[in-house]
Each structure stands twice: as structure tokens, then as C-alpha cells.
Design a protein around this ligand. Structure first.
Ligand SMILES: [Zn+2]
Length: 413
């Protein structure tokens, strides 16, 4: 899903001339058969061979100039590049992002709106044939109005881990979407982030549907012997904490005779909050054990978790499985923690009745997401809540990149 861009308002594509090949730069992009304007931008001092080539020194000035000259808003612009750093700078100004090529592990903290592999993929994205990462789509899923034609994707990357005996093994990582912690100004009240938080204490249908679909997708390519999850810590079991993965029903997988099994036991309590990467890896070392009487020798195992931050927990679990003889371990994770910051101050929606901030909330009976203030239950007037899509639309407009004319500044002195 687009984080900042309004798909129905897309007016302009910014193509990164320094990283994209000619076929991307010269293609005639259309939305609903209507040609869409492109600007090719470059930082390098190469010959300006295309008439729509634009040289720039920094992204702030570039976007500023484009918005004024083209008379458009940040939410109507999409940027396309092979360079994730270029896209990261675009994200900061609330511009839509499409990455050409696969995302590298090191850039998981700055995931673009879409990753594509050819021009046809871009056309699909622009024409709503691809709606984005699976868990983000399921987070906005509505039982009453399910869109069956949505083609969603999983974010993929691969990382190698070192076992105790020095052997290297590969882990295939599949992600459902992006998670934004509250402390980041960048967060556009985000449906998946809300769902991730809810899933810590109760069953969430969107999460169930996501894991079910994602595992089925993997099962089409790979014979899955075991499906397992990150187990609760001893203290959590003692306190009778909600065991979130056990709540999953996984209907499609059940039909295919794949069950969720508990293969791992957590042997010690640990907290990762506030720890840096090195400390996290140390803290989690030796935490997991294979449950007795389970033979995983030469088996292909899919392991699921909810949030990927530094990867310490999932890699330690994976290591435990490989060291017990697993043939292949694949991880499916609901979301990846994002760190992208924005210099633009984040503006919330305000409740028309009491004036307080509106946030994403979930209807207890249907699981439907909507925007409401803290006191929405006490207001008799229904107008103090907003449908999810409308609220997100309003937030995008409220948080667009604003342009200040130099003249306005001069007037102040
Ligand atoms: Zn209110």
C-alpha cells in the first residue's frame, strides 16, 4: 500500500536517471490509458539527452521546485529508482516510492511502498493491479467488502547466519509489511502497526488470514514438513499471557494438512527493549531448545513471528533449528520495524466533537478498523468517527509536503 501517495491523484513520476536503465526512462507510463508525466532527475554531470531531464543537488530543493512548477502535491507524486537511498530521501518528503530490484537486508528499516522487477510491474502498480504487501492489505481487509481481485505480494530477502560449528546457513525471510513504532514522527496512523499491537493480546483475523495465505504461497514452491513459531518466554507462560500464534486457525493450511506445531521451547526470560544489535544477539544466545521427541533431521521448516527489529530472535531460533539438523528454514514475519524519519511535523486528525486526536481503533465485534478519538463511545453523534480509508486519505492531505515561497519569508523581515 502507498504510505503517502494518493493512488487516485497520481499526476507525476520522478524517475531516477542515475540508477535506472534507458527502458525505464523512455517508457510511456499510463494510468487508466491516460499518459502520465515523467521527470528524469540526475545528480551526475552527464549529458542531458532527454528533454525532461532535470539536474539537481539536493532532494529538498528538487521536490520543492517540482511541486511549484508542476502545480501538484507531494501525495500526487511517485518516485521510481533502483537506489534505496534515493527513495529514502523521497520518503522523508512524503513522496510515493517504487524500488526496481530486490530489497537488500541492510535496508529493511526503509522499505519502499513497492518493489518491482520490470516496467510491466510498475504499470500494474500504477493501475491498482498490485495492491502491496500482504499483511498491509489484510490489515485493511473488510469482511463486508472484500476485494477478491487484489494481488498482493510478500517482501523477500535472504540472509546468512553462522552456526556454532562455523558452518554458514541461509535463511529465506518473507515479510508481510511495515511496522511503525509510536515514537516515530513518520508514522501515518498505520493499520498494520495497529493490528500488530492488538495481536499481542487477542486473536486478530487479519493476522490469521495473512499467515494462512503467506504459508500457502510458500507451500506451492516448497514442501513444508513443519510450521512453527517463536514460543512464549517462561515468565509469560507463568503469567498466563496470551499465546498469540496458538490462536491462529489457518483454514487453508489445515485443508492442505499443514498444522502449526510447537517445536521450540524458550529456556530463559529476556527483554530486547532498548538494546542495540550487539547486546540483542548476546541476550538471546542459547535461548531456544528443541522440544523433546521432535525429529527435525533433514526437514524443511517454516517459522513465523510478528515483528522483525534486529532479527536477533528469529536468527537465534533459526540457528537452533539448523543445529538440530533441519534441512532448510524459512521465516515468515508479519512486519518489519521501520526507522524512517521525516522532517515534516506529523499532524493528527482531530475529533470534531471534543477536539482530541483521532487514532485507528478496532471494532470489537467485527474487527473492522476505523478512526475515533479516545472518547468516541461517549459521543452520541456518530460523526466523530471516520471510515479507515477516508481517515487515511485525510491524513495524507494533512501531512503533505508544504511549500513556502521565498517571498513569504522575506516579508517577515
Ligand atoms: Zn471526541
Amino acid at each position: 500500500m502507498w504510505k503517502w501517495t494518493n493512488p487516485k491523484d497520481i499526476q507525476l513520476l520522478i524517475l531516477d536517471g542515475d540508477s535506472l536503465e534507458e527502458d525505464y526512462l523512455t517508457y510511456s507510463y499510463t494510468i487508466n490509458d491516460k499518459k502520465i508525466k515523467t521527470i528524469i532527475v540526475t545528480k551526475k554531470s552527464k549529458a542531458l539527452v532527454y528533454e525532461n531531464f532535470k539536474k539537481y543537488y539536493d532532494t529538498y530543493n528538487l521536490i520543492h521546485e517540482i511541486i511549484i512548477k508542476e502545480n501538484c502535491e507531494s501525495y500526487s507524486i511517485v518516485s521510481i529508482s533502483r537506489d534505496i537511498l534515493f527513495l529514502k530521501s523521497m520518503m522523508e518528503y512524503h513522496i510515493g516510492t517504487i524500488l526496481v530490484g530486490s530489497l537488500k537486508y541492510d535496508f529493511l528499516k526503509n522499505i519502499p511502498d513497492y518493489d518491482v522487477f520490470n516496467v510491466e510491474d510498475i504499470v500494474q502498480v500504477l493501475n491498482y493491479k498490485r495492491t502491496g504487501y500482504g499483511a498491509e492489505i489484510f490489515a485493511t481487509y473488510n469482511d463486508k467488502n472484500p476485494d477478491k481481485n487484489q494481488k498482493m505480494s510478500l517482501l523477500y530477502c535472504s540472509e546468512s547466519i553462522t552456526l556454532s560449528d562455523g558452518r554458514e546457513q541461509n535463511v529465506d525471510l518473507y515479510f508481510g509489511g511495515r511496522y511503525y513504532a509510536n515514537k516515530h514522527m513518520y508514522i501515518l496512523n498505520d493499520p498494520l502497526s495497529y493490528v500488530v499491537k492488538k495481536f499481542k493480546s487477542r486473536y486478530v483475523k487479519a493476522v490469521d488470514l495473512f499467515f494462512d495465505s503467506a504459508c500457502i504461497h510458500i507451500a506451492r514452491k516448497e514442501k513444508i514438513d513443519y510450521l512453527t513459531y517463536i514460543p512464549l518466554k517462561p515468565k509469560d507462560i507463568e503469567e498466563n499471557k496470551f499465546d498469540r500464534f496458538k490462536s491462529l486457525k489457518l483454514p487453508k493450511l489445515k485443508k492442505g494438512n499443514i498444522r502449526l506445531d510447537n517445536l521450540l521451547k524458550c529456556t530463559k526470560d529476556f527483554s530486547q527493549k532498548g538494546n542495540d544489535l550487539y547486546v540483542r544477539r548476546e541476550v538471546v544466545k542459547g535461548t531456544f531448545q528443541i522440544i523433546a521427541n521432535v525429529d527435525i533431521e533433514n526437514k524443511t521448516i517454516v517459522i513465523v513471528d510478528d515483528v522483525f527489529s534486529t532479527g536477533s530472535t528469529i536468527f537465534e531460533a533459526t540457528k537452533t533449528l539448523y543445529e538440530a539438523g533441519a534441512k532448510k528454514v524459512i521465516a515468515i514475519i508479519l512486519s518489519v520495524n521501520q526507522l524512517t524519519e521525516s522532517s515534516i511535523e506529523y499532524k493528527n486528525l482531530k475529533c470534531k466533537v471534543c477536539g482530541s486526536n483521532m487514532k485507528i481503533r478496532m471494532k470489537n465485534n467485527t474487527g473492522e478498523l476505523f478512526f475515533g478519538c479516545e472518547n468516541y463511545m461517549e459521543h452520541k453523534d456518530e460523526k466523530n468517527t471516520a471510515k479507515l480509508v477516508l481517515g487515511m486519505d485525510a491524513l495524507k492531505k494533512k501531512n503533505k509536503f508544504e511549500i513556502f515561497e521565498i517571498i513569504d519569508l522575506l516579508d517577515e523581515f
